[in-house]
Design a protein around this ligand. Sequence first.
Ligand code: SF4
Length: 325
Amino acid sequence: MKLLEVRNLKVFFPIKDKLFGKPDKFVKAVNDVSFHVEKGEIFSIVGESGSGKSTIAFTLMGIYRKNNGDIVFNGKKIENIGDFDLLRKRIQIVFQDPDSSLDPRKRVRDIIGEGLKIHKIGTKAEINRKIEDVVEKVGLTQDILKKYPHELSGGQKQRVGIARALILEPELLILDEPTASLDVSIQAQILNLLVELQERLGLTYILITHDLNLVKHISDRIMVMYLGKVMEIGSTAQIMSGPLHPYTKALLASVPVPDPEKRNEDEETLTGEIPSPLNPPEGCPFRPRCKYSMDDCWNELEPIEMKERIVFCHLYKEHENSGGV
Ligand code: SF4
């Protein structure tokens, strides 16, 4: 069952040369992106910095405004500010850097309970009970509630961030690079906690990351993005064992391996820099870095559906609507 459906989403940021007047250019941070998230799944959005993955998260949270496209949550089209206010209760986010996302002047109790107060949910006693419950759920002890963020370790801060997101009992949790700023030893603990919570509470996650090693272990499906566009969507098994898009292949080949000498020499490698989003390439955005680039690649890409996966690449044009590779 679909919990979230995003259709043809566009989020453009205007750039002005002068203080007043019309914008001269637009950064097309998210350009015609469509995907859906099933209830109870872990859906990962993967890409380098500047791919548009975090912009999608902030747009779903109502922090950025969409220029075009539809967002449908639980069958309801989200159209106006009132709809986004409702959505803010149902969708919560865990930020990458717990240091900058926790207010240093507030005690943990107030940080975790803030969402309930903003949305005016519960009496003081009910709020306290919920705070104590959620602290236990994320594996912290009650004494942490009187502390300030600077008194906590990196792992504890991220657990507080998770507790703050969970207290509103969201249906969808967005995890924006949730382990990227943590020590390697703590990353596994936080990841295990997130997986355990997802199973125990029947949550749905959108995991945003550049780390394919991370998604390999926990996600059900993956969407690969590049320069504001979707490159490929498929199950984790499909994408990890047989990526179709040249960009996905290059991303996978850049994942560190214990013995680099055993790498297959034919593996794609990612060369060149990601182009400026202010001046994206015509046609396929990956064209300047793709060794298979051909004349067709100057044309806009249409989604090609193959065996329950979607790829945006002219190499697969002949498979369009054939149902197979
Ligand atoms: Fe390469 Fe063309 Fe496919 Fe883009 S559409 S990834 S340039 S082959």
